[in-house]
Design a protein around this ligand. Sequence first.
Ligand code: NAD
Length: 300
Amino acid sequence: MAKLGFIGLGNMGHHMARRLLENGYSVAVLDARKEAMDPFRAYENAVITSTPAEVTELADTILVSLPNPQVAKIVALGENGLSSGRAFKTYIDLSTTGPEASQQVATALTDKGISCLDAPVSGGVPGAEKGTLSIMVAGPKEAYDVNQSVLEVIGKKIFYVGPEAGQAQTLKIMNNYLSAVALIATSEAMVLGTKAGLDPKIMLDVLNVSSGRNSATLDKFPAAVVNRKFDYGFKSGLMYKDVALCMHEADRLGATMWIGSNVKEFFKLTKEHLGVDSDTTEVVRLFEEWAKVQIEAKEE
Ligand code: NAD
């Protein structure tokens, strides 16, 4: 079995690293927060490390799940970063970092003889926990083939997108853009229905078997809004980052995205108003505040 490294043990990463350990891989783990590494001390096949360069000494394949492109570049190319260590075999970026950063990192690491795969995921924290994520992968096909069994531990639907660095990242930011649009539009519609006196449960039951259904009506609203838990597990700061990456890419490629500019502004507002670590589903609170209503399940 390949020796693995895993950097970034946050909401998504800690589940993915745990699943790899529980499937028998030896994994060198690293996070900037010491407390994120503590639970891994219980695993005999885990090694706690202190720099990305140290991870390269212990692993053939290194996976990362990091918050943004800036951090991904620091981990790969910064001081004591992956590029300053031993030339390991494959780098797999599971984060959403956008095509531009992905291409920059891949160019630098490929120069050292390291194969690079961008492999962003979809399916949220529940998908990471159960190993049912969708994974879109781009990069050298041979590296994808060799590492497919590793990816199968964390995902169930794995798609090879193409050989060029960043191709999977483009698909991922398209997906998250659509997910963000759905969340905003659903917030608007559900607040309207609540204002008109409709029951949120009935609204979702109908929408989910009708043409308005989407990832917010199917997943986010039932799981985290109607019950007022707001614990879907995806931070507002990350959603803003993903929509901003998509808009940046639209600019780079000369594609027009009218709706995108508004959606980006909404998530900027959410992150500034409610904090970068607020749950992304909390965006609905803004619409509720403006309409002076609250979407809440009626007593049975
Ligand atoms: P998170 O913020 O919970 O986790 C990121 C982790 O990286 C944190 O534990 C943080 O301490 C660590 N980190 C930051 N800087 C570091 C450094 N220099 N060295 C080592 N570790 C460092 O984020 P998350 O929700 O786990 O998401 C991770 C990535 O996956 C993001 O790019 C996100 O967009 C993407 N993603 C998240 C979800 C989701 O539902 N949460 C779904 C799909 C994709």
